[in-house]
Design a protein around this ligand. Structure first.
Ligand SMILES: Cc1cc2nc3c(=O)[nH]c(=O)nc-3n(C[C@H](O)[C@H](O)[C@H](O)COP(=O)(O)OP(=O)(O)OC[C@H]3O[C@@H](n4cnc5c(N)ncnc54)[C@H](O)[C@@H]3O)c2cc1C
Length: 514
């Protein structure tokens, strides 16, 4: 592989070395190669065919907010675009650099500054790896309550920059519900501190910075709410006759006012997949699995044995038959807390499910999910090796529109890829639908073309059927062309803020709404 020779004035490199020291900067080929992409699927497809690009010029690892501010000043003076890199787990190309970029990796800004167990908050630098922060809190008997599937490979700053959601968001909220205030460095290199205005109804600068994907400033520090670690966890699973009844149960449960930690409703395809993964089934699960049509089981086998072309050829037909032959959908529930808190919630959930004719099938599926809840981090890579690419899209809407959005997106995508879905992140007024899109690889150019076309159909369908583009993965480079329509007047406001905080437009160009 040939990485283009570095074109960089030695005076700039020397200035950067003065700021972060020899160990805080690299221009070597291996580092430029390693930082040339994040976790987005388009780059993964290209990498599968050994096609690499976007090698940044310089990678830096500042250790203090002042070093980071000085780096931004140098970039601003020399008109060098900056890519902020946390864990690099963005699946929308948000942390993918350009070949002119100065990369600022935040992971050495990782100090825990204060744990306040009276006011229940933790103050921490933004580059800390998410799992490290959670482990620290749990050692002291607390939790952040934020458990995204990427907890093994993401930073706190990345979460804040993308408005991330964890698996227990129904109880703890998303990261923007946890933040109290933050420090950031804007595009002029000025260090700024936001205020906690949660009780004053003031103009909330914290919430203006959260979710802007590093385009208005780099978050360096944050104060976040914490909770006492729950003493007990209870799992349960139910099977509904169809997806619509499952959705109705979610709405009814959340509107009773209880706050289950997690509710996940799988559509019929994902339900069958989930069931097929359980090796030791209970009597109820066995009975249920035996009602799956034979042709469906054959397809699941080919899914597992990676005969993707075969599966893909038959999937359109399969999906049509499936709606007639197998409509069962599984709901898993997780409740945490003391016995006194859990039991009444469990009763409410059981009543709602029974009233909708659901069958309680025990705990197996739910505990299996819990055990493997972070494994998704490794599955995409395996699928690519097996000859297919996979991507996910998490959209949200209100209860009155959820069936419309689900069926609309599925209909629009069915001609182009296999589509599975589940509903997670459940709120009193609505929920997020998480679509998984799978398609066989067919050479570099055709695969990338197919990938782009699937996303164009997907994003158009989301907007046509009244969903929002992203519940938690962010916009990045992937969805930016659609954001203007979603934001409306706020798009102008964003650009005014951009002009104010980043007049040279050096922060993450090409990301979000740039
Ligand atoms: C397998 C897998 C599972 C995932 N599961 C979830 C999930 O359950 N929930 C979820 O919400 N997301 C999930 N994601 C998406 C991703 O993990 C999140 O978007 C996460 O918030 C990114 O964190 P990061 O540290 O990796 O950020 P990066 O990928 O490095 O960056 C993401 C964006 O934020 C910017 N950024 C990073 N740090 C800062 C900072 N300090 N200040 C300003 N801007 C910054 C970057 O420039 C980029 O635009 C998943 C991703 C993968 C690969």
């Amino acid at each position: 592989m040939l990485i283009p020779a570095l074109k960089l004035k030695s005076s700039i490199l020397n200035t950067i070395i003065k700021i972060v020291g020899e160990n805080g900067v690299s221009v070597n080929e291996l580092d430029r190669f390693s930082y040339s992409r994040d976790a987005n699927t388009r780059s993964n497809i290209e990498a599968h065919y050994a096609h690499f690009k976007n090698f940044p010029k310089i990678i830096t690892w500042p250790k203090t907010n002042q070093q980071l501010a000085n780096l931004i000043q140098v970039a601003a003076e020399n008109n060098i675009p900056i890519t902020t890199f946390g864990g690099g787990s963005s699946i929308c190309g948000g942390a993918t650099p350009t070949d002119k970029s100065l990369v600022i990796d935040t992971k050495r800004l990782n100090k825990i500054i204060r744990l306040d167990t009276d006011k229940l908050y933790v103050e921490v630098e933004s580059g800390i790896m998410a799992l490290e922060l959670e482990k620290y809190l749990q050692r002291h008997g607390y939790t952040l309550g934020h458990f995204p599937s990427s907890i093994l490979c993401a930073t706190l700053g990345g979460f804040l920059a993308t408005r991330s959601a964890g698996q227990y968001s129904s109880k703890y909220g998303k990261i923007e519900d946890m933040i109290i205030d933050l420090e950031f460095v804007d595009g002029t290199g000025t260090i700024r501190q936001t205020s906690d205005v949660s009780r004053t109804r003031g103009f909330d600068l914290t919430q203006c910075i959260v979710g802007t994907e590093g385009t208005l400033g780099i978050i360096t520090k944050a104060k976040l709410k914490i909770y006492h670690q729950p003493s007990k966890k209870i799992f349960q699973a139910y099977i509904f006759d169809n997806f619509e009844n499952g959705i109705e149960s979610l709405r009814r449960i959340m509107q009773t006012g209880i706050k289950p930690d997690a509710l996940r409703l799988y559509d019929e395809y994902e339900t069958a997949l989930v069931l097929s993964k359980i090796s030791k089934r209970t009597v109820d699960e066995e009975r249920l699995a035996s009602t799956m049509p034979d042709f469906f089981i054959q397809n699941l086998k080919s899914f597992k044995s990676s005969a993707f072309n075969l599966l893909f050829k038959s999937h359109r037909l399969l999906t049509q038959f499936l709606s007639l032959a197998w409509t069962r959908c599984a709901l898993i529930t997780v409740l945490e807390g003391s016995e006194k808190i859990i039991q009444p919630q469990l009763e409410i959930i059981s009543n709602v499910c029974e009233n909708l004719n659901a069958i309680n099938i025990g705990t197996n599926i739910a505990t299996h999910w819990h055990k493997h809840r972070y494994s998704v981090s490794f599955e995409g890579a395996k699928l690519i090796q097996d000859g297919a690419f996979v991507d996910t899209m998490e959209v949200a809407t209100t209860w009155d529109n959820i069936d419309h959005l689900y069926h609309g997106v599925k209909r629009s995508l069915n001609p182009y890829c296999i589509v599975l879905a589940h509903v997670a992140h459940i709120y009193p007024d609505g929920a997020a639908i998480y679509f998984t899109m799978i398609s066989p690889l067919s050479g570099l150019r055709r695969s990338v073309k197919k990938y782009d076309s699937i996303w164009q159909h997907a994003l158009k369908a989301v907007q046509d059927y009244g969903g929002v583009l992203s519940h938690h993965h962010g916009i990045g480079r992937l969805k930016k062309d659609y954001i203007k329509k979603e934001w409306g007047e706020a798009h102008t406001l964003y650009h005014n803020l951009k002009h104010y905080f980043d007049p040279n437009k050096i922060l993450n160009p090409g990301v979000l709404a740039n």
